[in-house]
Design a protein around this ligand. Structure first.
Ligand SMILES: Cc1cc2nc3c(=O)[nH]c(=O)nc-3n(C[C@H](O)[C@H](O)[C@H](O)COP(=O)(O)OP(=O)(O)OC[C@H]3O[C@@H](n4cnc5c(N)ncnc54)[C@H](O)[C@@H]3O)c2cc1C
Ligand code: SF4
Length: 328
């Protein structure tokens, strides 16, 4: 960004707009060193409108009068996207398996109420390492490291996540109800309210059918402040070796048309932040089919989470393929 728009250390968080009050989300905007700014928009994947595009909501966010000025004269230099595992302590899976352990965001240790997970990742890694060390000294291998989840339950990390446990379930009930109830939960009860809310659905179960939802007309990108997805992907520095196994496949090749397109107007065309999934047709509009441009995938894992039929199978690609953020 231009030096006159840059305020090193400035942190701006927003909630809501341009999302409606029933859709969880908001933005972050961090002024870094060297006239750099990191900006992003979070959309809760429990959203209901199949016409919603998280990427386009991000573009709209940048046009807000309080935000757009920051970018005047600036230049886009990097792009990426990822899913944030924000379910909290109620969503933690079993942390150990024979010969291995889940730590950090892999398990879902992020504290969504603070939008922070680095300290949780570090602490869970320490707890796992402290459990692994005596096991290795004893020559144990291939069994379950039960000392790690036990130590977690005695740690400050458990206490912190326990206090934050109702944040996401409350916020899933809409911005206003969520803000009120999180306030009561956190300020009145200090995170020790006599209730624990649970997640009563998975994110892939929340979409309305296309006939029940309002299409959203997103403005065309201007190429200055707002951009199309594919040019943004070119700034993600993502690449897949031509000979690596395909990391994005369909369980049933017929389902994207017979179910996703028919019932939901193919929401994968909109929730994918890289435009990987596109419905192609013949010139006369007939014969729709889903084309997957897996080379463009920025590994956010949204399709694996949000696909209403859970038909898209995403596996970890080869490491090092990006996104890679220069200068971070
Ligand atoms: C937009 C955003 C803003 C955030 N802001 C904050 C904040 O202000 N403060 C805070 O504390 N937390 C913040 N968080 C959360 C924080 O970033 C995470 O909780 C934390 O980084 C998790 O650490 P981790 O080591 O578990 O996983 P990660 O940091 O995700 O590390 C996983 C690493 O594995 C690599 N990898 C993936 N696949 C492979 C493979 N196949 N082979 C080899 N390597 C691979 C990845 O490239 C990555 O480097 C934010 C998260 C996001 C998305
Ligand atoms: S294909 Fe899936 S994982 Fe890849 S960018 Fe699109 S939504 Fe994300």
């Amino acid at each position: 960004m231009t030096p006159e728009n840059h305020q090193p250390g400035l942190v701006v968080h927003t909630a809501g707009w341009p999302l409606d009050a029933d859709t969880y989300g908001g933005s972050f905007l961090y002024h870094l060193d060297d006239n750099l700014v990191a900006v992003g928009f979070v959309v809760g994947l429990g959203y209901t409108n199949p016409y919603l595009s998280p990427y386009e909501e991000f573009q709209r966010y940048k046009t807000h009068p309080a935000i757009r000025g920051f970018f005047a004269g600036g230049k886009r230099i990097a792009y990426g996207a990822r899913a944030i595992a924000a379910g909290g302590i109620q969503s933690l899976p079993k942390l150990v398996f024979p010969g291995g352990a889940l730590i950090g965001d892999d398990a879902g240790f992020l504290n969504a109420s603070r939008i922070k997970g680095s300290h949780c990742a570090i602490k869970s890694g320490m707890l796992a390492a402290e459990a692994a060390f005596p096991a290795l000294q004893a020559g144990r291998a291939g069994d379950e490291l039960s000392a790690y989840p036990e130590a977690f339950e005695r740690s400050w990390l458990f206490d912190e996540l326990y206090r934050a446990r109702n944040f996401k379930p409350w916020m899933s009930k809409g911005l206003y109800t969520g803000a009120l109830m999180v306030g009561i939960d956190q300020i009145v009860f200090g995170g020790k309210a006599p209730w624990t809310l649970h997640h009563d659905h998975a994110d892939h179960q929340t979409l309305k059918k296309k006939g029940e939802a309002q299409p959203i007309a997103y403005p065309k990108p201007d190429g200055v402040l707002t951009f199309d997805r594919l040019t943004s992907v070119s700034f993600s520095n993502t690449n897949h070796g031509e000979d690596q196994p395909i990391h994005l496949t369909l369980k049933d090749a017929a389902v994207p048309v017979s179910v996703n397109l028919e019932l939901y107007d193919a929401p994968e065309q909109r929730y994918c932040p890289a435009g990987v999934e596109i419905v192609r047709r013949r010139r006369d509009g007939a014969n729709p089919r889903l084309q997957i441009n897996a080379q463009n995938c920025v590994h956010c894992k949204t399709c694996d989470i949000k696909d209403p039929t859970q038909n898209i199978h995403w596996v970890t690609p080869e490491g090092g393929g990006g996104p890679n953020y220069p200068g971070m």
